[in-house]
Design a protein around this ligand. Structure first.
Ligand SMILES: *Cc1c(COP(=O)(O)O)cnc(C)c1O
Length: 386
């Protein structure tokens, strides 16, 4: 079978290096590796196996957790799986208990189902097998999580339960942790501690785990570590601070890029001054010049909004994108390579991001974040693990 021109090469050693970096920063914490959305586009199963030294895994949805559990069981990896959005029926709680998955309760609706589940367990005299669950509180993100009043109501209900039905942990999520100086981070921390002390007030005998920190907080806010940290993007070698004024990449945080997206040069054209390139004829040659055409486009997940000047790496030299991104191709200005008297040929390998070219440079030029670029690689691209 011919090798696909467009390849996403996933460096599992770098993935493990990045997990070690998390453990170096937060040596006293448990680590739940966040591998939702197909491990940020890197491939759920390969990534989970490579990260088997995490204390646990987290995905967003129940369906993702089921898939992951089936794979981990085959590989004899017995780690808990957090379901960040929680589950929506009593039957799904049954599954969580049977399959060692930890649902998160972020609203009263889910809590009601959980109480029904506990009652049914009692009736069936299965109550010695304990379901572990966590509570999610809203400290300002206003996406998922219990607000103050609902939380108080829930605490009243918890007081009536046997301590073995109490939650194993409590978590919340930062909305601005990628902005180190934003005072909102501190406000969320204070609010989180308030929730935590209310919870520990109701039952002192059980230990309740706390978790707040995503990648940005792991890198910039040690005061937010608590018991468990929840790294996502940093595991993949990407800086969460890319929106900062000065461009930062994962390398600045001693992280190593995990995905390298590569393709090939499929045409070289000698064009005349004034010739225009691609759809919309938006970019015109300022002089007679050589351009290259590369087999990559938005049909592969390369961002259509990448602007002229977005760098592409050929023979270790950055050359700029010119004209609009098409479905299957982009064009680049090869003058910088010619100045170096490089020997340029059709079939030459091109790196779109990853090794030697931080993905943060591409997301910045495309009006998006690296998270999105990683998640939107399409089916057409071959994945290679090394
Ligand atoms: C996605 C997610 C994370 C990881 O966030 P990163 O910014 O990728 O580190 C952590 N916690 C929750 C609740 C999440 O949804």
């Amino acid at each position: 079978m011919p090798i696909n021109k467009v390849t996403a090469t996933i460096n599992l050693k770098h993935l493990r290096h990045n997990l070690l970096r998390v453990k170096e920063l937060a040596p006293d914490c448990k680590v739940v590796s966040v591998i939702k959305a197909n491990a940020y586009g890197h491939g759920l199963f390969f990534v989970a196996e490579a990260l088997h030294e995490s204390d646990s895994f987290a995905v967003a949805r129940f369906e993702e957790a089921l898939l992951l559990r089936r794979h981990l069981s085959n590989k004899k990896i017995d780690k808990t799986i957090f379901i960040l959005e929680g589950v929506s029926s009593i039957e799904e709680y049954d599954q969580c208990l049977a399959q060692n998955m930890i649902p998160i309760i972020h609203c009263l609706e889910q809590f009601k189902n959980l109480l029904c589940f506990f009652n049914r367990q009692k009736l069936n005299k299965q109550s010695d097998h304990k379901l572990s669950y966590w509570l999610k509180v809203d400290t300002g993100m206003h996406r998922l999580g219990l607000l103050e009043d609902d939380f108080k109501f829930l605490l009243e209900q918890l007081k009536l339960l046997n301590p073995k039905y109490l939650p194993s942990g409590i978590l919340s999520h930062f909305s601005c942790a990628d902005e180190k100086e934003n005072p909102f981070n501190h406000k969320q921390l204070i609010q989180f501690k308030r929730f935590c002390s209310e919870l520990s007030g109701i039952e002192k005998r059980v230990e309740i785990n706390k978790s707040m920190a995503n990648s940005a907080a792991i890198l910039a806010m040690p005061e937010s570590y608590f018991d468990w940290v929840r790294p996502g993007i940093m595991l993949y070698g990407v800086s969460p601070f890319e929106t900062a004024k000065e461009m930062r990449s994962g390398l600045d945080e001693q992280l190593k890029p995990v995905m390298t997206l590569s393709s090939e040069l499929i045409a070289i054209q000698q064009l005349k001054k004034g010739d225009c390139i691609g759809y919309g004829a938006q970019w015109c040659c300022p002089e007679d010049m050589t351009i290259g055409v590369i087999a990559i486009g938005y049909g592969d997940g390369y961002p259509r909004h990448a602007e002229a000047g977005t760098p592409v790496l050929i023979q270790g030299i950055e050359v700029p994108l010119i004209g609009r991104v098409s479905m299957d191709m982009i064009s680049v200005d090869l003058r910088a390579l010619e100045k170096q008297s490089a020997d340029i040929n059709i079939g030459d390998k091109v790196i779109l991001w990853g090794h030697g070219l931080p993905i943060e440079k591409i997301s910045q030029k495309s009006g998006t974040i690296a998270y999105e670029l990683l998640c939107q690689i399409t089916q057409r691209v071959s994945f290679k693990y090394e």
